[in-house]
Design a protein around this ligand. Structure first.
Ligand code: SAM
Length: 332
């Protein structure tokens, strides 16, 4: 069953996007003659049939800009959001002008940002396949993002349609689009929650209906823990999930670092200060500490580009380091 669980929202407002036009509600309208490709081209080059300004896209549906209503749903259109900036780097279309403007600023100080993000995304794919090969058939994806190519359920369910995937994100556009693409998928769900609230995530019906924590599970925290400052104690957050994971489970983690290019990373961090979710880079030692209690599989915590690269890995020409450290750990 594909459902949305939003513990913060009143029941009447679930799912978060209304399907009919009504005052004070976000509009989601059928647009049969409009198409939108999620690909690696920039801007809205893949979209046809509708004006670009002020609209985000939900597959073949359009989410129109309605400031008051969107704000009511937790979307601040004027504040760039890293989830939507990430979507922009990947060539998606679920982003607004302020997101694109700040993303371009980040690209101007860190020109290989786009390649870094793609390398992170490629790591995610390889790590999911690795976990699958180890027998994992259930995945909890924390900070799953705005769906783009190579989502966890697409990878795992292509390998075995019975694979179960529970996504968690706290960003409204990510949740809305996930809801759309998962609505006919009985083995996948999206939960709108803050991943630091592990008790809520682990008890959400949308998670527990799919994930049996008495069996091995892969918990993903890919490109998300750097949004948690030290004060939010990301190590304890990871440990809270670890405590719920059965022996034989895996954690899949990636995290931005400034180890390789401190100056560029500092400049990019400054750009992200102007976003809704500033970034906190960490060193190799600090990220290793987040993985306490897990046995890291070979090659350990390394550049995302260097974690078991395969022939499908595309890292681009500009990238020497991924800017992300990545690892997969196991509970023995
Ligand atoms: C950079 S994207 C990564 C998406 C995907 N994991 C990937 O690596 O391709 C980070 C996502 O984490 C989400 N996020 C950030 N902080 C979060 C939190 N505290 N709880 C849940 N989701 C969060 C953002 O909304 C965003 O969609």
């Amino acid at each position: 069953m594909t459902t949305v669980h939003d513990p913060a929202a009143p029941a009447a407002s679930r799912p978060p996007f209304a399907t009919t036009r009504a005052p004070g509600h976000v509009v989601v309208s059928d647009v049969p003659d409009a198409t939108c490709r999620i690909d690696r081209e920039r801007d809205f080059s893949g979209c046809t049939g509708l004006p670009r300004a002020g609209a985000a896209w939900l597959g073949s549906r359009r989410m129109e800009r309605d400031d008051a209503a969107l704000t009511g749903q937790g979307i601040d259109l004027d504040r760039p959001n890293p989830a939507r900036m990430y979507d922009y780097y990947l060539g998606g279309a679920h982003n607004f002008a302020p997101d694109r403007a700040l993303a371009e600023q980040a690209l101007s100080v860190m020109p290989w940002m786009r390649e870094a993000v793609r390398a992170n995304r490629a790591f995610l794919g390889r790590a999911v396949r690795y976990c699958f090969d180890q027998g994992i058939r259930q995945f909890l994806d924390l900070g799953s993002g705005i769906p783009t190519v190579g989502n966890v359920h697409e990878i795992a369910q292509t390998l075995d349609p019975r694979s179960r995937v529970a996504y968690v994100d706290n960003e409204a556009v990510a949740v809305a689009h996930s809801t759309q693409i998962l609505r006919d998928n009985p083995n996948a769900s999206i939960t709108r929650a803050d991943l630091t609230d592990s008790a809520t995530v682990l008890s959400a019906p949308t998670v527990t209906e799919l994930i049996d924590f008495s069996q091995p599970v892969a918990v993903l925290a890919v490109a998300v823990l750097h949004f948690l400052p030290d004060e939010r104690d990301p190590a304890s957050v990871v440990q809270a999930y670890r405590a719920a994971m059965a022996p034989g489970s895996y954690v899949v983690l990636s995290h931005v670092t400034s180890d390789h290019d401190p100056e560029e990373a500092a400049n990019a961090k400054n750009v992200y200060q102007r976003s809704a979710n500033p970034v906190h880079t960490r060193t190799h030692a600090e990220i290793t500490a987040l993985l306490r209690g897990f046995d890291l599989v070979e090659p350990g915590l390394v550049d995302a580009t260097r974690w078991r690269p395969d022939e499908s890995a595309e890292f681009g020409e500009n990238i020497e380091h991924a800017g992300f450290y990545a690892a997969v750990g196991k509970i023995g």
